[in-house]
Design a protein around this ligand. Structure first.
Ligand SMILES: NC(=O)c1ccc[n+]([C@@H]2O[C@H](COP(=O)([O-])OP(=O)(O)OC[C@H]3O[C@@H](n4cnc5c(N)ncnc54)[C@H](OP(=O)(O)O)[C@@H]3O)[C@@H](O)[C@H]2O)c1
Length: 341
């Protein structure tokens, strides 16, 4: 069967199609025919050797996929051949809060697409507890976008208890942020979104964004966000930028407000504005995607609201390098998807 691998080194140029043996499901495992995969920013960090510099080659990258069960191993009870399933990112996190156990054998050691092998193969074998049923109203291309990006946005709102009528600030128009916009609108929140592109901001408005700011032409965008709330500040921020955005997020936040520290798009080191944070009685919470139970709860919500992920472009596997280059250039709005042929 075919697989896309990092052959012998890191870097997008090293991604290549390979012939590999078919995997077989053992006890408690299922064989899945992969029909679609989606890219996340972390996949780029893995391919570039930033996240796991000691990975062994060849390595199959990419975390998120949707497909169909082909075979089941001994003792499998939850799935049968023909069932549609979507992969769960942190395989060992079934339910409950994030725990030390998930770190005990290395940072998120059970995560697909680094350090565990990824899903860019025609067939993959996973434990049955490592997938969720695919919501029937979604295509596989849509479902493949959910495991990391959608669940991260959902977890942010679950942990911060985002409510109808509150104001959310999201940064940029990548995968996590566009899911955050869509889910927050379905929850009845008001959404302020930033982007480097006016075209993307127009697309965000069509998806329901209430207020938009171009962070390139308005580098102090926190002031626009605050003004859009009559000077009160926003209730909740999904911070995907890190270094260059966190202090602006704090300035844009209402006293008692909540910030999810999620991403590192602009870097990992910043001088933290302790005084504004302290005076504001604010809450800062980091998170790592979410549990399988939370994934299933989110899927029920998405189905109830008939939310469709924004798939910006679909690439055949033969164009994986182009897909990764587009991801790196930040050309996309929402999600980029790969399909086997
Ligand atoms: N903690 C977790 O569990 C978790 C889960 C998922 C993702 N993440 C992290 O969250 C971040 C986003 O991931 P993703 O997969 O959604 O990324 P993505 O789809 O690649 O999003 C990229 C977009 O981010 C925007 N962006 C870049 N620099 C920005 C800045 N200075 N200010 C505002 N927006 C900026 C750009 O939007 P415009 O083109 O509109 O400007 C860019 O297109 C990454 O750092 C990723 O590692 C963390």
């Amino acid at each position: 069967m075919k697989s896309i691998q990092l052959r012998d080194s890191f870097g997008i140029d090293s991604l290549a199609l390979a012939d590999v043996p078919w995997p077989k499901p053992g006890p408690g495992e299922i064989l899945i025919k992969v029909n679609a995969a989606s890219l996340n920013y972390r996949d780029l960090l893995v391919v570039d050797g930033v996240f796991f510099p000691n990975l062994e080659f060849p390595f199959v990258p990419v975390s998120d996929a949707a497909g169909q069960v082909e075979q089941v191993g001994f003792g499998v009870t939850q799935f049968k051949p023909g069932d549609r399933v979507t992969t769960h990112f942190i395989q060992d996190w079934e339910d409950g809060p994030f725990s030390h156990a998930l770190l005990s054998s290395g940072y998120l050691a059970s995560s697909l697409g680094g350090p565990r092998p990824g899903i860019l193969s025609e067939y993959v074998v996973l434990p049955e507890r490592g997938v969720v049923p695919t919501p029937s109203y979604l295509s596989d291309e849509e479902a493949a976008t959910l495991p990391i990006a959608a669940l991260t946005a959902w977890e942010s709102f679950r942990l911060g208890s985002l409510k109808a009528g509150q104001t959310l600030l999201v940064q940029g128009t990548g995968g996590v942020s566009i899911f955050a916009l869509q889910i927050a609108k379905a929850l009845g929140a008001r959404v302020i979104i930033t982007s480097s592109s006016d075209d993307k901001l127009r697309r965000a408005t069509k998806l329901g964004a209430d207020f938009t700011v171009n962070y390139k032409t308005n580098p102090d965008w926190w002031q626009s966000a605050k003004a859009a709330t009559d000077g009160l500040g926003v209730d909740h921020v999904v911070d995907v930028g890190g270094q260059d955005t966190l202090n602006q997020a704090i300035k844009a936040l209402k006293p008692g407000g909540f910030i999810s520290v999620i991403g590192i798009l602009t870097g990992v080191e910043c001088k933290f504005d302790v005084l504004t944070f302290l005076r504001g009685n604010m809450r800062l919470q980091s998170l790592s995607v979410g549990s399988r139970q939370s994934f299933a709860e989110m899927n029920r919500f998405l189905e109830e609201h008939q939310l469709h992920p924004v798939v910006d472009a679909v690439f055949p596997w033969s164009e994986s390098q182009e897909a990764f280059r587009d991801l790196k250039a930040g050309k996309h709005f929402g999600k980029l998807v790969l399909r086997p042929s």
